[in-house]
Write a protein of this length. Structure first.
Length: 259
């Protein structure tokens, strides 16, 4: 809810309409900044890593479908465009997550980047890395390169996204015409708008309540958020570890509650 940086003594000081617009500008900065980093890290770097894995994999893997239903070793315009659109949307969602998570991150830029990279690298890596039964981590070779690649991508995103989002929020997103800022935010999210629409509307409604904003800024919420942050990182590390053990032993993982 109180995703907008606190630039006033209390809620409502800016006036209802300016405060509401500031909320949407902040969300757009998160979506656009996250989408740009997602395009660079997930789209461009991700495509290069996939190509590297195709080159290092055996001949028997060439042409077979990956977990994402893409043929190994084949690069098509349609497949590339699909990857770019998908990584922009995922990056935009992750940019919105950053706006939520930064509530419990350190005030310093270095600390914020480091801890968000840890958060995205562990949780995102746990969702991207699968166990031995997965094609991507049993047929593609070397397996260690696949694991390192798909943990590196979200970690690098986490290192870059905070700076980009914060700069856009404090600069372009505040000064550019509202229609342009909000329009580009919607474009960055594209189909992901369906996923984020309800939580964003709920957050906006809560941000209009002084009671909800005071509660969000309370010490109790800060402590609870930091505990949840640690638990999420631990869950991600647990998931990655379980999958790496499965890949190393060639035995499907039976670890419960993995991402």
């Amino acid at each position: 809810m109180a995703l907008v940086k606190d630039r006033s003594a209390g809620p409502g000081r800016e006036g209802t309409r300016p405060a509401a617009l500031a909320f949407w500008r902040t969300l757009a900065a998160g979506a656009v900044g996250g989408g740009l980093v997602g395009l660079l890290v997930g789209g461009v770097l991700g495509r290069l890593l996939m190509r590297l894995l195709a080159v290092t994999s055996p001949e028997s893997a060439q042409g077979r479908l990956t977990d994402d239903i893409q043929p190994v070793g084949q690069i098509s315009l349609g497949g590339t465009l699909q990857l770019l659109v998908t990584t922009v949307a995922l990056g935009a969602i992750a940019g919105l997550v950053y706006l939520w998570v930064r509530r419990v991150l350190p005030p310093s830029g270095r600390g914020r980047r480091g801890l968000f990279a840890l958060f995205v690298g562990t949780v995102g890596g746990a969702f991207l890395v699968h166990d031995h039964s997965s094609f991507d981590y049993s047929v593609l070779q070397p397996e260690w390169l696949a694991v390192v690649s798909f943990v590196t991508v979200p970690t690098l995103f986490g290192l870059l996204a905070p700076s980009v989002v914060d700069r856009l929020e404090d600069g372009w997103a505040r000064r550019a015409p509202a229609w342009l800022v909000l329009g580009l935010g919607a474009v960055a999210l594209n189909l992901a708008l369906v996923v984020v629409a309800l939580p964003v509307v709920i957050a906006f409604g809560l941000s209009r309540s002084e009671t909800a904003v005071r509660f969000w800024r309370s010490h109790a919420v800060t402590v609870a958020g930091r505990v949840l942050f640690v638990l999420m990182v631990a869950w991600g590390l647990y998931g990655i570890t379980a999958d790496v053990v499965s890949i190393a032993t060639d035995v499907p993982s039976r670890a419960p509650f993995t991402p």
